[in-house]
Design a protein around this ligand. Structure first.
Ligand code: CA
Length: 219
């Protein structure tokens, strides 16, 4: 799972990055609000760990900006500001949880897990492969920071490809997924649907295996 760590304290950032990596997370670390926004526009993360006191602004403002844009990314705020009113303000800004410094790595990992778990059960099923995140229920695709809407059939086709990155998905498999086992559907229909999906994806996202099917390369 990919985590964006926004923390300007170099020693703490390094220690947290190591602990998170050891726990199996893939961590990108930045020390400024601006860099955080840039990363969020180009990468897909499962969650963000956000320090509040950053050199170029307040983490709360960054969080508000994200929430105003409708960005649902789970956020665990971390700060030395332990006062109750700070905690309330942070949660009001849209953080999913708040952890006061100093904290133990164990505590952080537990809170992070619970934030991730809540976002998964509260939200709909979503798939992440490389720079793509697909929210299946709403047919919403996040692609390099852009959000776009897919039709239900496009979303199902892409889900099939995202479930098996690096593997070739045949027309037959797509037809079964979309129309069920018994349906007789002209294979042109699948090509037309795939053409529509590809037009919405960044160039090069899908690979065509001529005469066989399509695949989404492993990130
Ligand atoms: Ca700080």
């Amino acid at each position: 799972m990919a985590i964006l760590l926004v923390e300007d304290d170099v020693m703490l950032a390094r220690a947290l990055s190591e602990s998170l990596s050891d726990a199996g997370y893939v961590v990108d670390q930045v020390g400024h609000c601006r860099a955080a926004l840039q990363h969020l526009q180009t990468q897909v993360y499962e969650a963000m760990l956000l320090d509040l006191g950053l050199p170029d602004g307040d983490g709360c403002h960054l969080l508000q900006q994200l929430r105003e844009r409708g960005q649902p990314l789970p956020v665990l705020a971390i700060s030395a500001r332990g006062a109750i009113d700070t905690r309330v303000a942070v949660l009001d800004s849209g953080a999913d949880d708040y952890l006061a410094k100093p904290f133990s790595v164990q505590e952080l990992l537990l809170r992070l897990q619970s934030v991730l778990r809540r976002s998964q059960t509260a939200g709909e099923r979503s798939l992440v492969v490389g720079k793509l995140r697909l929210h299946l229920q709403h047919g919403l695709l996040e692609q390099e920071g852009q959000r776009l809407r897919l039709t239900p059939r496009e979303a199902e086709m892409l889900a099939l490809l995202m479930e098996k990155p690096g593997q070739i998905i045949t027309r037959q498999e797509i037809r079964q997924r979309l129309y069920g086992e018994s349906a007789s559907v002209d294979s042109n229909v699948i090509d037309v649907l795939m053409h529509g999906l590809r037009r919405k994806l960044s160039p090069g996202t899908l690979t065509t295996v001529r005469g066989v099917g399509w695949s989404l390369p492993c990130p």
